[in-house]
Write a protein that binds this ligand. Structure first.
Ligand SMILES: CCCC/C=C/CC(=O)SCCNC(=O)CCNC(=O)[C@H](O)C(C)(C)COP(=O)(O)OP(=O)(O)OC[C@H]1O[C@@H](n2cnc3c(N)ncnc32)[C@H](O)[C@@H]1OP(=O)(O)O
Length: 391
């Protein structure tokens, strides 16, 4: 298990590995005490490597910062360069501790690791089966029933944020759904969110660094959006909760969008130093007029479901209490309609714009690739990644 933990640490933050490079030993943490001894501190460092689940980037940044403060004192190294994403996040987490005394940092470190340990103890007491089942759950769940291919984003712990793997899975899923015996395809989200857009750690955790991640991202994004442009059957979004970023812009390529009245629609591209994607630089002005499109795509105005309906982004809004029942009853009825007629009618509506949409997609991806490497975007992503590590 330690090897798996180390691998995880390496893929996210290589030098974080050096922080915890100690021989693995089965140790039991002393209970949190008022003043952690050096032995408690060393036990805690080993305990981190025995954690059954990755504690998440924010916790790892916090552990790193407390470790450095406890061993080296206040941050005493120069700030890394703007492109050195990971080390910059670690520097900021350490620097944010200011003059916190070494003893306090050591105690905070031991307490933080203790707070993570019950889960690992729980799983080592035979609950491992339950943990492994959760860890095995897929991020995209595809089911086919009643003539409907249902594509559920299933990463609720991360608000269904899209990883590179999820983009690739969805491309394949739409390819299969375009030729299977279903009549329509439907996207929805598990948990309280529809989808919080691109996983902002896609770029910080890429093994090959930012440049390679941006190149890869542009290729994946262009193919991903093309798979929506070219999907031949009715494509419906069941927006069960808040939608952010690409989850919102893609809606311009859907044929119907049904939203719960608790859904919101947010495209904070300028805040993130980025630019619009999924053909929204074309579909949104066409759909709602350039003034409303600008408020969303440039100024990041978040819309309620009713505002999104008024602007033509949403077909219909339902009370959250009856949303799922009403929408799925309707979709099951729609899926019984003659599929060829629906496909041919969609072709008439969409085909005269396909070439334009492909061209817009290509231009947006080229622009975004440059944006991802800009200081504005890198700083915004760093702020997001380290936002919880600031003690
Ligand atoms: C390669 C193709 C690229 C295509 C480009 C597309 C452009 C975009 O999509 S830009 C939009 C990107 N999305 C965001 O900016 C949203 C970022 N997330 C947030 O602002 C908040 O998490 C959100 C408002 C969605 C929810 O806030 P809270 O209710 O306070 O919950 P948490 O912030 O604690 O979130 C829980 C958990 O989920 C992680 N999370 C949520 N969204 C993302 C995300 N987009 N990327 C990565 N991680 C995300 C969040 O970090 C929390 O994780 P833990 O702290 O580990 O629990």
């Amino acid at each position: 298990m330690a090897a798996v933990t180390l691998r995880r640490a390496r893929c996210w933050c290589p030098s974080l590995l050096q922080v915890f490079r100690f021989p693995v030993a089965q140790v039991h943490l002393g209970r949190p005490t008022m003043r952690a001894s050096q032995q408690d501190f060393e036990n805690a460092m080993n305990q981190v490597k025995l954690l059954k689940q990755d504690p998440g980037n924010q916790v790892k940044l916090k552990l790193y910062a407390l470790y450095k403060q406890a061993t080296d004192g206040p941050c005493n190294v120069p700030k890394p360069g703007v492109f050195d994403l990971v080390n910059k996040a670690k520097w900021e987490a350490w620097n944010s501790l200011g003059n916190l005394p070494k003893e306090t940092a050591r105690q905070n470190y031991v307490d933080l690791v203790s707070s993570l340990s019950p889960s690992s103890e729980a799983s080592s007491q035979g609950k491992r089966g339950a943990d492994e089942k959760v860890q095995e759950s897929k991020d995209i769940v595809v089911t086919s029933e009643d003539g409907i291919t249902k594509i559920m984003l299933n990463r609720p712990a991360k608000k269904n944020a899209l990883t590179f793997e999820m983009y690739k899975e969805i491309i394949l899923t739409l390819k299969n759904a375009s030729t299977d015996n279903s009549a329509i395809a439907v996207f929805t989200g598990a948990g309280d969110y529809y989808c919080s857009g691109n996983d902002l750690t896609n770029f910080t955790s890429a093994a090959g660094g930012m440049e390679e991640a941006a190149n890869q991202g542009a290729v994946v994004l262009r193919e991903f959006v093309n798979s929506f442009i070219d999907f031949p059957k009715p494509l419906v979004a069941v927006v069960n909760g808040p939608a952010v970023g690409i989850a919102v812009t893609l809606l311009g390529l859907f044929d119907a969008v049904y939203a719960s009245d608790k859904a919101t629609f947010h495209t904070p591209f300028s805040h993130l130093g980025q630019s619009p994607e999924a053909c929204s630089s074309y579909t949104f002005p066409k759909m709602m007029g350039s003034a409303k499109a600008t408020e969303m795509l440039l100024f990041g105005k978040k819309l309620t479901a009713r505002e999104a309906w008024a602007q033509g982004l949403v077909s219909e809004v339902f009370p959250d209490s009856t949303f799922e029942k009403e929408v799925w009853t309707r979709l099951r009825a729609y899926a019984k309609l003659p599929p060829n007629s629906m496909r041919i009618s969609k072709e008439l509506i969409r085909n005269n714009e396909k070439e334009k949409l492909h061209a817009v997609n290509a231009e947006e991806c080229t622009t975004l690739k440059a944006r991802w490497l800009s200081e504005e975007c890198i700083n915004a992503i760093m702020n997001f990644v380290s936002r919880k590590a600031k003690l």
